[in-house]
Design a protein around this ligand. Structure first.
Ligand code: EPU
Length: 429
């Protein structure tokens, strides 16, 4: 398996620009942003839970290693299903080597604290897209009675018994909503999270917890109520399709003037992005089992601002830049969720794009065609967006440091090829 966010810099995507992408692909299960978190939540019960519809992305390997380090037994129950047996003695500790490789490692904090009254988790720190603080996670757990120390870069959390509390989040953070929800399921009494994140992956985590026996209402709305229970049992849950992976192919359809159907996702999961795909010039329709985008001859420039769900997802933003780079006109992109997510713009400009950034804003002036060039993937979505840019560039584009892409995509090159693209992934399998 490939390394996640590690030193494997030799992985590359080689892309030759071509014509429109046409056809149907299926979105994988949302392994990185939903599956890994449900695997962490399985630590809540002294039982063996099963998470299905997983795909072999690199972050999954990190979560398997992390749960193993904590003491859980993780085995493949089927080619796409992992069984996490947490009925054994656990060490409530997440070491730096693993936490530093994957942000979702923080998802063990809530379950370990709830089950053991203790959790030691190395600080994940910032990454290429921004500072990514943890204050909302910590404040929520403190409101439930937990005490925290930061010792030598490790968060040391302790509690005798978590108590239900009202937690009003400053910002609808996905991670903080998940941490508080996974702690509250075993707390005494009722917890109410206000201004909660509404992302479909939060609702899917709530579905997993409910299958374990948790009592949660309102997931997917700004107010989530959790009635603590004494204990939880095993769950067997199939994760949702990956709306961000699926969206990648829909934006690729627009950039290339193509016609692509993505199965396994719904229009509703795209939120405002569905309307933006239309504003950019696509005919967008829900099919029996997915979403279809039929592009016009050339995308029309529009302004895009990212917001928590159902707003335009920050994870789609780099794909929107790829489309705007070849659109008719000038679009302004505003990134409201992360503080440093536009750094990839310079890589687009190597390819002849006109992207001018100023803080959280980017002005993108469309050109008819980009020019293939060697570029660098700085994070998973920016890397995938450079692959899309390569599809509408003359000549060859080589996207280096593509181990970032592998964190969230199991077969980006293969799926794009099935739509008619000329894309190869090179490097360790
Ligand atoms: N924030 C705080 N304090 C906190 C928590 C968050 O200030 O305690 C800030 C962050 O610094 C950031 C903003 O709130 O500026 C949003 O962070 P959020 O907690 O919502 O995001 P996350 O849980 O860290 C997940 C996904 C991201 C996705 C965001 C938003 C995972 C592993 N990551 O991150 O996915 O962009 O939600 O939807 O689920 C990706 O897939 O490429 C990716 C970055």
């Amino acid at each position: 398996m490939v390394q996640a966010g590690g030193t494997t810099a030799s992985t590359r995507y080689r892309v030759r620009g071509g014509g429109p992408l046409v056809g149907t692909v299926r979105a994988s299960g949302m392994t990185k942003n939903a599956g890994c978190k449900q695997m962490a939540a399985a630590l809540l019960a002294p039982a063996a839970s099963t998470v299905r519809n997983l795909h072999p992305v690199a972050d999954l390997d990190v979560m398997i290693d992390l749960l193993g380090a904590i003491g859980a037994e993780v085995d493949w129950a089927a080619p796409d299903a992992l069984r996490i047996d947490a009925s054994v003695a656990l060490t409530p500790e997440a070491p730096y080597e693993l936490v530093s490789r994957m942000r979702a490692s923080i998802n063990v904090l809530g379950p370990l604290l709830a089950r053991h009254g203790r959790a030691r988790v190395a600080m994940p720190g910032g990454d290429n897209i921004g500072s990514r603080k943890l204050d909302l996670h910590v404040r929520g757990l403190q409101a439930m009675g937990a005490e925290f120390d930061l010792v030598h870069g490790v968060i040391d959390a302790r509690v005798n018994a978590l108590c239900g509390a009202r937690v009003l989040l400053d910002f609808p953070s996905v991670g903080a909503t998940e941490t508080i929800m996974t702690a509250a399921v075993l707390a005494k009494g009722e917890t109410v999270i206000e201004n909660a994140a509404r992302e479909p992956e939060v609702s899917d985590l709530a579905a997993f917890l409910t299958a374990m026996g948790a009592r949660i209402s309102g997931a997917g709305t700004p107010t989530v109520t959790i009635e603590g229970v004494d204990d939880l049992g095993a769950a067997d849950h199939t994760i949702i399709g990956d709306r961000i992976e699926g969206g990648t192919y829909l934006f690729a359809a627009l950039a290339t003037g193509g016609d692509v159907t993505v199965e396994g996702i719904t229009l509703g999961q795209l939120g405002v992005a569905a309307d933006k795909l239309a504003d950019l010039g696509g005919l967008v329709e829900e099919t029996v089992d997915g979403v279809r985008v039929v592009a016009g001859e050339r995308p029309c420039a529009v302004d895009v601002q990212t917001l928590p769900y159902p707003g335009f997802a920050t994870d789609f933003m780099p794909f929107a830049v790829a489309v705007l780079a070849v659109a008719d006109g000038t679009g302004i992109v505003t990134e409201n969720v992360f503080d440093n997510r536009l750094v990839f713009a310079a890589e687009f400009n190597r390819m002849g794009a006109h992207v001018h950034t100023e803080g959280r804003h980017a002005v993108v002036r469309g050109v008819r065609r980009l020019s293939g060039a060697p570029v660098q993937a700085l994070d998973v979505r920016a890397g995938a967006a450079l692959v899309l840019a390569g599809l509408v560039a003359d000549g060859e584009t080589v996207v280096h440091d593509a181990h970032h892409i592998d964190r969230g995509y199991a077969d980006l090159a293969g799926k794009l090829r099935s739509l008619g693209a000329d894309v190869q992934r090179e490097g360790p399998a």
